[in-house]
Structure formats: C-alpha cells, structure tokens
Design a protein around this ligand. Structure first.
Ligand SMILES: CC(C)(COP(=O)(O)OP(=O)(O)OC[C@H]1O[C@@H](n2cnc3c(N)ncnc32)[C@H](O)[C@@H]1OP(=O)(O)O)[C@@H](O)C(=O)NCCC(=O)NCCS
Length: 191
C-alpha cells in the first residue's frame, strides 16, 4: 500500500458525543477483538443483512491472516478502551473494466450509531480511494437498511439502481438491493 496512505494512521476523530476514536488499518493481531465486535456489537437484524457471516470465527480469521491492502484495505475504529467499534473496507480490483472502481463496506457498533462514526469511516475510505486513483466508489445497501441509505446519500453517493427482491435474508424474506455510486473528485486534497 502507498506510503502516503499508511502515514495517515493512527488518525483520531471526534464523535458527536465529545468522545474520540482512533482509525487505523486492521492488523492480524486484531482477530479476537474483531470477533468480539461482530459477536456483541452488531444486532441480529444487521447481521442477517450483511454479506458475510461475520459471527463465524473462521471467516474473520481468514480476513485477518490474509491482509492484502492493495486488494482490500481494511480499517477499524478503536475506542479509548481498545475495543473495536467499527470496521470498514475498500475493495479494489487490479485489472479488468472495474479497475477504476472500488467497493466500500462499513459496519459500526449498534450502540454508537448516530454519533458520526459511520460518516467518519466512509469519508476516510473515500480519501484513500482518491489517493489511489479510484474514480468511482460503489456501495450496496438493502432498502430495509434506512440508516445506511441515508448515510450514503448524505455523503454524496447517488442511488444508481435498485433491484427489487434481489437479496434474501436468513429468514427467507426478500429485500430490494440498492447500488450507490460516488464519483471521486481527483482535484480535492485528501491530506
Ligand atoms: C450505515 C452505518 C455504518 C452508519 O453508521 P453510523 O455510525 O450510525 O453513522 P453516522 O453516525 O455517521 O450516521 C450517518 C447517518 O446515518 C443515519 N443514521 C444513523 N443512525 C441512525 C438511526 N439510528 N436511525 C436512522 N438513521 C440513522 C443518519 O442519516 C445519519 O446522518 P446524520 O448523522 O446526519 O443524522 C450503520 O448504520 C451500520 O453499520 N449499518 C449496518 C451495516 C450497513 O448497513 N452498512 C452499509 C453498507 S455500506
């Protein structure tokens, strides 16, 4: 990963309640803390709608043991007591038609929603995207994830498509899948 990006961390950001969290790249030793985060801080509703089974230790072990920041750049938000309270990733492809497109995923702990953490983490990954020359950032949200859709739109993502009933949760209910696109402005100074 580009030195300019790694030099950004750790990065402290303020939350709406006056608290502070530290953003930094995920590291292999975070496995237990990341597992704890997904196990205790993400509600069943969110969990059911996420793409991966993040309550499966082996899924997280694979993430932590195979960190390749040029392919998937993962950041975590760490609270003052060392707990992980947010996880966000920027997924990039090396070749093919989508090499100028990255995909973003973010989850914050259910008790700290509405404090500005999700916004801070998405903003951070949009800056990283700009620095590595990404032109468009894509995000997916289900129509039932109102918080996610609002958060993305407020940050300047445009809803590009909504595919009715494409997604189904673990209970067998179907949901519309919405695709959001953010156009990166290469002129902005991300430092
Ligand atoms: C989407 C998500 C990351 C937002 O995280 P967050 O920490 O609440 O983010 P913020 O505090 O910055 O809030 C951003 C916006 O989300 C919306 N939001 C936050 N909490 C909300 C709540 N409890 N109810 C409804 N909307 C809410 C608001 O529009 C808010 O904007 P505002 O602060 O200007 O009012 C979080 O809801 C989440 O982890 N959801 C589950 C996973 C997911 O859906 N990921 C999206 C796929 S990319």
């Amino acid at each position: 990963m580009d030195e300019r990006i790694l030099k950004r961390y750790p990065k402290d950001v303020g939350l709406r309640d006056g608290g502070k969290v530290r953003l930094r790249p995920l590291k292999e030793e975070d496995l237990e803390k990341l597992y704890e985060f997904f196990l205790t801080s993400v509600t069943e509703d969110d969990h059911m709608l996420l793409r991966d089974n993040v309550k499966d230790y082996y899924v997280l072990e694979k993430w932590c043991k195979n960190i390749d920041c040029d392919r998937v750049f993962p950041i975590v938000a760490e609270a003052g007591d060392g707990r992980i309270i947010g996880n966000a990733t920027l997924h990039k492809r090396e070749f093919g038609w989508s090499r100028a497109v990255a995909k973003i995923r973010v989850v914050t702990c259910s008790e700290c929603r509405g404090m500005g953490l999700g916004t801070a983490m998405i903003r951070e990954l949009l800056d990283v995207a700009r620095l590595i020359g990404v032109e468009k950032v894509m995000a997916e949200a289900l129509s039932s994830q109102k918080g996610a859709m609002d958060a993305l739109e407020k940050l300047g993502f445009q809803k590009a498509a909504c595919i009715p009933g494409l997604a189904s949760d673990y209970m067998g209910h179907s949901h519309d899948l919405c695709i959001f696109i953010y156009t990166v402005n290469p002129e902005w100074d991300a430092f």
